[in-house]
Ligand binder design. Sequence first.
Ligand code: FES
Length: 573
Amino acid sequence: MRSAQWFARDDLAGFLHRSSIAATGINRHTLDGRPVIGICNSWSDLVSCNFHLRGLADAVKRGVAQAGGIAVEFPTMSLGESLMKPTAMLYRNLVAMEVEESIRAYPIDAVVLLGGCDKTVPAQLMGAAGADVPAIALTGGPANPAIFRGRELGVGTDLWGYVNELRAGRMSQSDFDELEAASMPSVGHCPELGTASTMAALTEALGMALPGSATIPATNSRRYAFGEATGERAVALARSGPRPSQILTAAAFDNAITTLMALGGSTNAVVHLLAIARRIGVPLSLDRFDEISARTPLIANLRPSGEELFARLNAVGGIPAVLDRLAPLLDTTALTVTGQPLLAGTRPSPVDDVVLSSLDTPFAPTGGIAVLRGNLAPDGALIKTSAATPALLRHRGPALVFDDHHELSHRIDDPDLDVTPDTVLVLRNAGPIGGPGMPEWGALPLPEKLLRRGVTDMVRISDGRMSGTAFGTVAVHVAPEAAAGGPLSKLRTGDPVVLDVDQRLLAVDVPDDEFHGRTPSTMPDSPSRGYLRLVNDHIMQADQGCDFDFMPADGAAQDLAPRSIPAGWHGGW
Ligand code: FES
């Protein structure tokens, strides 16, 4: 095992390593040949979704000890959607690098990844893929739902609806204050099928988490039982694998994409899966998402595409039940962290067609996300069809272009804004470079004066992302983005814009010569220093997963296990 290269050596380096860890209470006899299991913890006081992960780490430690391993917990930066500005996505790659290097630099034989909020889970999977040391994920679980006027709420989906009610004058400020008081009753991630729930589900579908773990609520004692089981399994992984590169294969990504489309999950999962695949060296493109979406029925009734909350899946068997129903569309030979194929040991789920249908009687005949192309998005864009207004999926209307988020906030509620329900609202400079970090600004707010007239949806287009909890006819992830010179930079207010989801088309109806001859809009200033400079210079576009261009898998993971240290040399401490 890797840890033996640190601890089982008869030289000065071995002396230094053993004495260093002995200071934490782990003596030489305890170390003797046992696997060292890292617990990569994204716990933080600043992230309510991950606030309980310290307690969960204790459960993992019990499991590791029961199986004969040594557990060592280490922190990483925690990415919280609500408090980090401009967006937690700006830091996903930073954490992915931190996780990869933490695993590689330390004497770790296998690692347990504890994450919950949207970006922590993909960041950890990207890091584990890069390090390729045996790894197993345990997500934090959905929060208990708020109850407001007798209805269980999703944190985002229902909030966006109530915000519209407030802005339209149909909800009072005191009622809105009552909503705020009720809105976050527990730790855990957003309880609807937002990005966090989607990524928890896909982590299981990829084979990187124990079957059944994703849907258990954050406060349910069974999550802690899964913590112990995950710790035990990590010890077995340390002894005999498999490694991430044996699990995260092309078949595993196809299985995850099928699950994404069948659930009606978040568009954000597309950039994350692209990035994870790139880190492990699996070729994956947007076209594969569209192919799989076209052959996959929507079989889940989960908010924001449907009605139910994520934990409702628990009652019907969780993600194993989803995978069981999808079995004809999956590669069930794909290996998982259990050491077994994907559906090994899965039992038939109870019938509950309210939340989960069969393949024969789906909620929609095709999957929840479509990939658009055209002269406005030559490298692709996404639309979450399952959460859109069917009547708007084929639409032509004049563009109303906002140069950035600040202009949008200042103008959208201007009573004199020249806008009708047919207008296509466009936000540019919200992409990976322009945001920076591709914030979730893509579901542009509807103009207040239209909300007051009862308008509930409009076509919106952006090079940013949208929250997995959001809904509406929203084309996001337009690539290349405006700040990289993409076509949105040449779009003008009044240009006729065409959205045709059946044709997978997102276009501007302006003659090519005229359109290409236009001067692009003003680009945002480039940052001069620090992490933002790194992002500006090396971030890839949405269709490439927004990873850094210097982090492909073909950089061959370099093992940094220690070499011998000459006696008398102190530089290796
Ligand atoms: Fe953390 Fe939604 S804010 S999961």
